[in-house]
Design a binder for this molecule. Structure first.
Ligand SMILES: [Zn+2]
Length: 259
């Protein structure tokens, strides 16, 4: 059964985060497959910031270094909070929809064999990614949103919203790998799931090797209407060429090997 609860006004309250307050209202999405919650911050309108986030106990709550879930959620909330409004759709789709036990088994397989997470899932007879964003898209449409700026690296999420009639401007969240496993995971997502993640040697922190950078950076919108010619454009503060920048980053020893 799918249900979008409608007791929105009764949930309005203040939330203090990182020393600042913002208003939030909560909707519940009830579904056996992809239920969760919609958190509406401030007063939203078309072109507002939206993050659709799938539950990750390790990344979201435990601060694991082995995936990008925690930093992505944190940065998305920073941006929504900075803007004063936006929507977070938090879906109970742990382990790419397979659950925490399957996720743990996949991680164990990775420990033993060195396989990336998608290969491990397939070896267990599971889909690489069984998440659905249909209910999230419906909930956003039900809020009256026609256009959104979607904070994501995942083209599947943008496609789901467009299928629901919502115009999407994807705004990728670039996350710096904090462990070897995270580096492998990001690389696998880029190569196998076509996520909008640049190779690490071309990320802003590799280019600006001599400066202190944040763990997570935001990229401007991507052009994703031609999948085979998909390109990520981000703002380069440096005027030097990509080749020169990569050589400088390599010399500084900050270019990681990709697995
Ligand atoms: Zn995660």
């Amino acid at each position: 059964m799918t249900r979008i609860a409608s007791d929105l006004p009764e949930t309005a309250h203040r939330l203090t985060r990182k020393g600042r307050e913002l208003q939030v209202r909560v909707l519940e999405l009830t579904d056996v497959r992809d239920g969760g919650f919609v958190l509406i911050f401030g007063e939203i309108d078309d072109d507002c910031l939206v993050r659709i986030h799938s539950r990750c106990l390790y990344g979201d709550a435990l601060g694991s270094d082995d995936c990008d879930c925690g930093p992505e959620l944190d940065k998305a909330m920073d941006l929504i909070q900075g803007k004063g409004s936006g929507v977070l759709v938090y879906l109970e789709q742990e382990g790419r929809g397979a659950g925490l036990i399957a996720k743990a088994r996949g991680l164990r397989d990775g420990d033993l064999t060195g396989a990336d997470t998608f290969t491990s899932y397939r070896s267990m007879g599971l889909p690489e990614d069984s998440r659905s964003y249909e209910l999230a898209a419906k909930s956003l449409a039900a809020l009256g949103l026609n256009t959104v700026r979607l904070l994501t690296n995942n083209p599947d999420k943008a496609h789901a919203l467009r299928a629901a009639g919502i115009a999407v401007t994807p705004v990728p969240l670039l996350t710096r790998a904090r462990s070897a496993r995270a580096r492998q995971y990001l690389e696998a997502k880029r190569k196998r799931r076509r996520h909008w993640i640049p190779i690490e040697a071309e990320a802003p922190w590799a280019i600006e090797a001599s400066t202190v950078v944040e763990d997570t950076a935001i990229l401007p919108a991507v052009i994703d209407d031609e999948p085979r010619k998909r390109r990520i454009h981000w703002l380069w503060r440096s005027r030097e060429s990509g080749f020169t920048a990569r050589r400088r980053a390599k010399k500084a020893g900050l270019v990681a090997t990709s697995g």
